[in-house]
Design a protein around this ligand. Structure first.
Ligand SMILES: Nc1ncnc2c1ncn2[C@@H]1O[C@H](COP(=O)(O)OP(=O)(O)O)[C@@H](O)[C@H]1O
Ligand SMILES: [Mg+2]
Length: 370
């Protein structure tokens, strides 16, 4: 059993959703939170997820985290503070929503100093999560799968977010010109050149991540199904520039951009069953997602000298049989990942006895349990 080298060791929530104020101290071992529906388990995971770049595992608007009801005295509308141990080093991260001059904005602090954006946190904390909402990933629209893929890509290539922002900014500007004019061809050429440059970078980064994960998935058998990833509606990197130029009239009529990496989809195959994830059962789909996340965690760990990402696994055991549950726990311990897992039934985590830190959660209170 490997010791986690990246872990949360202290977590403080202030006016965060159902919590007025709570402090949790934990060691590097995996953490289990068990309790009834509505106890406040996912809220804790959501808070942890805000220590990594972006909007966290619920993808909520920042204001939604603000506690409704009796609140603790605080300068911030809500705040999450944590001590992270990474390798031998300790980092203090604080993030929250503050209200200044009538507007609300997110504040991020790293070791007491203001960090320019939540993206700065990506260098300190790598995190992966699986939530019940993702059970529908293969059934719903491509945008959810694209977001999932792009988070995987970001783990290996921190420039991916910047490429996506550049691409989208130019795409919006081009759409505006096509709609309202002027349809100035030099201006459009310039925007399409920007879209091409950023778009190709996005596509290459996605292809590289897919290839990397496919290697990792093929390498390892075990209790979880072998999955194979592929990109659908991937761009023609050589032709993107010409494709965009050719699509101008069509895009103007359609009122949207009809070619480009913003349309790429992630397809997943269950290799033993030779079937697309869409056709698999809910349990099989969950198992495929777990395969992908574990493969990603192994690759991230390999790329970072054994620093496994923190895993947030919400209601993870719900669809798993006993064999798969035990296999998941073994894999987490073997990875040396600090996994934060939730469930309604503490018995489901029995194989982790003495190897994880158990908390019972009730009415947004956490009690250490053994
Ligand atoms: N902004 C908020 N202010 C106060 N309570 C909230 C807020 N957002 C969510 N809650 C409450 O938090 C409770 C616990 O939610 P959650 O952590 O999702 O429970 P679970 O233990 O089932 O995962 C819910 O009852 C919900 O109503
Ligand atoms: Mg929950």
């Amino acid at each position: 059993m490997a010791q986690a080298r990246l872990s949360v060791n202290r977590l403080g929530l202030t006016n965060f959703r159902s919590y007025a104020s709570v402090e949790i101290a934990v060691e590097t071992a995996p953490v289990v939170m068990a309790g009834p529906n509505g106890a406040g388990k996912t809220n804790v995971l959501d808070a942890i997820s805000l220590l990594s770049p972006g909007r966290g595992l619920r993808g909520a608007r920042l204001g939604e985290h603000t506690r409704q009801g009796p609140s603790a005295a605080s300068e911030a509308l809500w705040a999450v503070a944590a001590t992270i141990t990474r390798g031998g080093e300790s980092y203090d991260i604080g993030t929250g929503l503050v209200s200044a001059q009538g507007s609300e904005r997110r504040q991020v602090r790293l070791n007491g100093a203001p960090a320019s954006s939540s993206a700065d946190l990506g260098d300190v904390v790598q995190m992966l999560w699986l939530t019940p909402a993702m059970d529908r990933l293969f059934l719903e629209s491509a945008s959810g799968r694209r977001k999932f893929l792009d988070r995987l890509v970001l783990g290996f290539d921190s420039t991916h977010a910047r490429s996506a922002t550049r691409y989208e900014t130019a795409m919006r500007e081009r759409a505006r010109l096509l709609k309202f004019g002027p349809r100035d061809s030099a201006w459009l050429d310039g925007l399409e050149a920007e879209m091409t440059q950023a778009g190709i970078a996005m596509a290459l980064a996605r292809r590289e991540t897919v290839a990397r994960l496919n290697r990792a998935l093929a390498e390892r058998g075990g209790a979880f199904p072998a999955a194979q990833l592929s990109l659908e509606a991937d761009i023609g990197a050589e032709s993107l520039s010409a494709d965009l130029a050719r699509a101008r009239m069509r895009d103007a009529e359609a009122g949207r951009t009809t070619v480009g990496p913003h349309l790429t989809d992630l397809a997943v195959r269950h290799t033993q069953k030779r079937s697309d994830a869409r056709q698999c059962s809910t349990g099989e789909q969950k198992a495929l997602l777990i395969s992908i996340v574990l493969a990603d965690a192994r690759e991230l760990s390999r790329a970072r000298g054994g620093l496994s990402p923190i895993l947030l696994l919400d209601e993870i055991v719900a669809h798993l049989d006993g064999v798969r549950r035990a296999a998941l726990f073994e894999e987490i311990l073997d990875l040396g990942a600090q996994a934060w897992m939730t469930g309604t039934d503490i018995e489901m985590f029995a194989p982790l006895k003495n190897r994880a830190q158990l908390f019972r959660v009730a009415d947004s209170h956490l009690h250490a349990s053994d």
